[in-house]
Design a protein around this ligand. Structure first.
Ligand code: XMP
Length: 508
């Protein structure tokens, strides 16, 4: 049983970040809704519990409550913001609305510098506050260990217990020594540093063998990191009982299908490459609406995959590269599905397959570490995210074979130069977009009337927000020059300087 820290989610926007930070300490953790902790904590491998913040106040009628006495005193416990206030509230202390809501930087005064939670934390350390309520009276048996100018009860411990509460958010990056504080907490659980890519692979392969036995699994490869690492892990566990399907919808980057297929074969995967370019091109003819294009590509993909799967016998499982943020984003704490992240939505039901998702507990950078540990080529592991509908949503308006050719050539020049100039790994994602307008230019003595290519490159950590990448002018000049000179049908190149929000990364 994997030992772990359990994070109870009371709905804060930073809950996921708590998990992220523990993983930075190579410590395994799982986030569950506030009321979904396993009955038998010990048997579930839980060695510590963290209570998250919440958008509610403890006295709100809608507030999420769970009986905390089943945790504290039994194993190390840390309440953050609302979590700390809940500990106080349930023990008979007072939590009240602050006169002024407290947001932003504050500085810690340590009442008890020797407290294990405050080990190596400096006097005056910057912490990040974000709360509308304050603890105004702490219950008996609670000891204040740190305060700030405005918040005397910034951190406390319950006497005789490994239970702490902090009013600030150690998980956010603005809390300068927040990671250290979390590390101090993790130290108390005795499981710090047990997670590593190698231990994850060993454990997962063992579990997959048990779960799948001699069953057959089918998996759709996209060329992306998640599905590729999933395939290699499954292959390690069940070998030829895994069949992978890699569909070419004709909207991949130039040479991508062949190159990635070759990678997959080198990795020893049992993979079938399906060229379905014509089928997709026909289905997309004359369609201009972005959502309509997405639907057609999604459906076409499922049809091709389904057709291939039916050629195989006795498939019981569908492998998917679902990763942890997908799961967290999919389920909110009231149990409602916000976004369904099935890359091949509807397939498991339609084909009556069970789902196997070996990466469902990992963050993206952990998936990359696992991939490298599995011996996968860094080029395959560090690829930029690329949308499922591919160039289909980067050709604005109608898609034609000629436009695909233009965009593939322009994108290839852009990406190759990015690699050459050492910029590829510095941005989150980049690509070229073909605009549906023509403009006037002059080449030699001739007037031209041709398409415009927009270049997009963004920095981001999670694609939820992004900034345009400040690429060097010399680089942009070189790319523009190469594209206009070499790609027939283009006479103008522009650079997109919009951030997300309010723009999005893709143009459609
Ligand atoms: P946006 O454009 O919403 O993109 O800022 C955020 C991230 O999601 C990717 N993206 C998609 N991925 N199917 C996908 O598989 C899609 O329809 C799709 N639309 C956007 C985008 O490339 C970026 O990484």
């Amino acid at each position: 049983m994997q030992e772990k820290i359990l994070i109870l989610d009371f709905g804060s926007q930073t809950t996921q970040l708590i998990g992220r930070r523990l993983r930075e300490l190579n410590t395994y953790c799982e986030i569950v809704p506030y009321n979904k902790a396993p009955e038998d904590l010990q048997a579930a491998g839980i060695r510590g519990v963290i209570l998250s913040g919440s958008p509610y106040s403890v006295y709100d009628s809608k507030a999420f409550h769970t009986e905390l006495s089943r945790f504290h005193g039994k194993l190390p416990l840390l309440g953050i913001c609302y979590g700390a206030q809940s500990l106080v509230h349930q023990a008979g202390g007072n939590v009240e609305p602050s006169n002024s809501r407290e947001y932003g930087r504050a500085h810690l005064h340590l009442n008890e510098p020797g407290n294990p939670l405050l080990k190596n934390i400096s006097e005056g350390s910057t912490v990040w506050m974000s709360h509308g309520d304050t603890i105004t009276k702490i219950p008996t048996g609670f000891r204040l260990i740190a305060g700030t100018e405005d918040v005397p009860a910034a951190a406390f411990q319950i006497e005789g217990e490994e239970t702490w509460g902090v009013q600030f958010h150690p998980e956010v990056y603005h809390s300068e020594e927040g990671l250290k504080l979390l590390e101090n907490f993790v130290d108390r659980t005795g499981i710090k540093g047990q997670w590593s890519p190698a231990s994850f692979i060993e454990q997962t392969v063992k579990e997959l063998k048990n779960q799948l036995g001699d069953d057959k699994v089918i998996l759709a490869l996209s060329g992306g990191v998640d599905s590729s690492v999933t395939a290699v892990l499954l292959n390690k566990a069940i070998g030829k009982n895994l069949t992978c399907i890699f569909v070419d919808h004709g909207l991949l980057r130039q040479g991508e299908f062949e190159r990635v297929l070759e990678d997959y074969e080198h990795l020893g995967l049992n993979v079938t490459g399906v060229n379905a370019r014509d089928k997709f091109m026909k289905a997309l003819a004359g369609v201009t609406d972005p959502e309509q294009k997405r639907k057609i590509i999604g459906k076409g993909f499922i049809d091709v995959f389904d057709e291939e799967a039916h050629k195989l016998k006795d498939i019981k499982w569908l492998g998917q590269g679902t990763i942890y943020p997908d799961i967290i984003e999919s389920i909110n704490i009231t149990g409602m599905v916000i976004k369904s992240h099935h890359n091949v939505g509807g397939l498991p039901e339609r084909m009556n397959l069970k789902l196997v998702e070996p990466l469902r507990t990992l963050f993206k950078d952990e998936v990359r570490r696992v991939g490298l540990e599995l011996g996968m080529r860094p080029g395959l592991i560090h690829r930029h995210p690329f949308p499922g509908p591919g160039l289909g949503i980067r050709i604005l308006g109608e898609i034609t074979p000629e436009k695909v050719r233009i965009l593939q050539e322009a994108d290839h020049i852009y990406m190759s130069l990015m690699q050459e100039w050492g910029l590829y790994d510095k941005v989150w994602q980049a690509g070229a977009i073909l605009l549906p307008i023509r403009s006037v230019g002059v080449m030699g003595d001739e007037r031209t009337y041709e398409f415009t290519i927009a270049l997009r490159a963004v920095t981001s950590t999670d694609a939820m927000s992004a900034d345009w990448a400040h690429l060097p002018y010399d680089f942009l000049a070189k790319v523009s020059n190469e594209i206009i000179n070499k790609v027939r049908g283009v006479n103008r190149v522009v650079y997109d300087i919009s951030s997300k929000p309010p723009s999005t990364i893709e143009w459609e």
